[in-house]
Design a binder for this molecule. Structure first.
Ligand code: SAM
Length: 276
């Protein structure tokens, strides 16, 4: 067996150099893969407040940490739409035993869900990685799938302040993309607001948190002490992963004045005609 194949946590070194940052963190045992942590997710979900009659759709649930919260609470149905096959496998085990809860292969732009079929949509850390056109296409798809009055909870990376110098915004985006190895195109809160209002949504609620995804205190808060210790131990035993994660943390720290996490609850108007 080569040294590469013999790493403690399994994956080959070469893969760890090129894996998208969120999958690298997931392989090391991190379950919460969004910028504002489980704390901001909980604030967003408490504002969404799903009820027993709600038909919930989650776009890009990843390895299912939010799915777990959603299916443990009131819901009529839960559908996760996730393009990554390994992530779908993990979510399936989380959904097992919960009524009307499935995960399907799909894309946020073409969900395959009928018009007006969902009452609650959730997506976290998925829009930031989309181009401007794809963000707009996804917002339009969510608008189509949501029933009138339906709510959409989002949780994404944001740029600050709203009047951030465009050159700084470009530099931050490039630095993030280089280190996490996924196109990262965060917007200011005003920029996110425009994407959603252009698609026809009303803004119901907005909140922020610091972007501290790979800070030790946030990892403990997100994963619990035991989960965090497992994560730290996996990272310690895997030099390639450690190097990547430290590089990610360095970039996040360098740009901390300009990056944050934003959560919003958006509402599809009850009567589109009247609201225009
Ligand atoms: C950073 S991870 C976040 C996972 C999870 N939402 C969380 O916050 O922990 C991004 C997720 O979005 C999914 N994703 C990326 N592009 C997508 C698309 N076009 N449609 C649906 N999901 C997508 C990825 O497969 C991945 O699960």
């Amino acid at each position: 067996m080569t040294e590469e194949e013999n790493t403690a946590t399994g994956p080959r070194t070469a893969e760890e150099h090129r894996a998208p940052g969120h999958w690298l963190l997931a392989r090391m045992g991190k379950k919460v893969l969004r910028p504002g942590g489980i704390e901001l997710t909980r604030r967003m979900l408490s504002r969404l407040a799903p009820q027993s009659q709600d038909r919930i759709v989650e776009l890009g649930p990843g390895i299912g940490r939010t799915a777990q919260i959603l299916v443990s609470g009131p819901h009529a149905s839960y559908t996760g739409i996730e393009p990554n096959p390994e992530a779908r496998e993990q979510i399936r085990s989380i959904l097992a035993g919960h009524h009307n809860a499935i995960v399907v292969e799909g894309d946020a732009q073409t969900t395959g869900q009928p018009d007006d079929s969902a009452t609650v949509l959730v997506s976290e850390a998925m829009l930031t990685m989309q181009s401007e056109q794809d963000k707009a296409a996804i917002a339009a798809e969510v608008f189509r799938v949501l029933a009138p009055g339906g709510r959409w909870g989002i949780h994404e990376m944001s740029l600050r302040p709203d009047d951030v110098d465009p050159k700084v915004a470009t530099d931050v985006s490039k630095a993030l993309s280089r280190t996490i190895k996924v196109g990262a195109r965060p917007l200011t809160t005003a920029g996110w607001t425009k994407v959603f209002t252009d698609a026809g949504f009303e803004i119901d609620w907005v909140d922020h948190n610091d972007m501290r995804l790979v800070e030790p205190s946030r990892i403990i808060a997100d994963e619990g002490l035991i989960g965090a210790l497992k994560f730290f131990n996996n990272v310690r035993r895997n030099p390639a992963a450690r190097e990547r994660i430290l590089a990610m943390r360095k970039v996040f720290r360098t740009h901390q004045d300009h990056i944050a996490a934003v959560a919003m609850v958006l509402r599809k108007p009850n009567s589109i005609q009247e609201d225009k």
